[in-house]
Write a protein of this length. Sequence first.
Length: 305
Amino acid sequence: MSDSATLEQPPQDAGERQPVTKKEITSNQPTWCPGCGDFSVLSIYYKLIQKRNIHHERVATVAGIGCSSRFPYFVQAHGAHYIHGRALSFASGLSISRPDLHVFTFGGDGDAFSIGGNHFIHTARKNIKMTYLVMDNFVYGLTKKQTSPTSPLGFKSKTDNWGALDRPINPMKLAISAGTTFVARTTHTNPKHMLEMMNAAMDHDGFSFIECLSECTEFFPGAFDASNPRKGGEFSLVPEDHDPTDEAAAYALASEDFPGRFGIFYSVQRPTKNALEAGVIDAAQGKFKGKQAPDVLQATFNKMK
Ligand SMILES: Cc1ncc(C[n+]2csc(CCOP(=O)(O)OP(=O)(O)O)c2C)c(N)n1
Ligand code: SF4
Ligand SMILES: [Mg+2]
């Protein structure tokens, strides 16, 4: 990808305001374990907000429940630490009713693909405008090491102490097949790449999904070493000649063995639910232009007589 061409945009907010500072958008001290990958995601999110100069009243940070989902506590802006697995439903309503906000949703692999799996599929097919970043650590962190939907076969946890028996979900394949219009993959060990992906996702007019590998140093240490050159692994980008509008090619990339590829797998334009629903509302309101609400009601009652 090109080197973040849109990062240096002029401020989007009121003319003379000072640029957003990190202090303004930083809230409580994160409570994650030392070395947790989620720290890296949070610091890149601060960076994104600063680079794009989005003042705190223009951004909303939504999450479900989990270690990763504690995210909104640490951002000084609109936000909700919502119900486990239900972050996308809350964020969908927010996105549709408040088009002036940039809606970002964060969560973990359990929140996104276990209890929240159904919401994920339907948010994708509806193409609701927001960015959804899943901090995938292949385990339930907050509840102290249960098997998650992305845990690899054989992973020993408190729920499968003999080793996980169930075939894991592939988040990228799931996202593509459900109709997500922007699908990218990154990792907490490459902050520059993560910023590029978040920036591109934010530019996308639709539902943009990022799987971000984010190590749980407490309950699954070393899970992503194979993707980390500093640990002897390999960080392989999506090939330069990959066509991100080719769904079959994106699916093939997503099918590669772990650690797989990093970058934008899929990106297409399709009308958002936000735009379609606004069109329906405009058309309905157009029919009653210039009329008072009581007259409209009376006319409806008259028809029912
Ligand atoms: C309705 C409901 N069911 C179960 C829980 C317990 N619970 C809280 S977080 C969690 C899983 C967290 O795993 P993940 O989403 O992967 O986030 P992580 O902690 O790994 O970042 C579970 C099962 C809950 N809080 N609410
Ligand atoms: S338990 Fe794991 S995911 Fe949770 S804060 Fe600690 S290292 Fe991070
Ligand atoms: Mg998890």
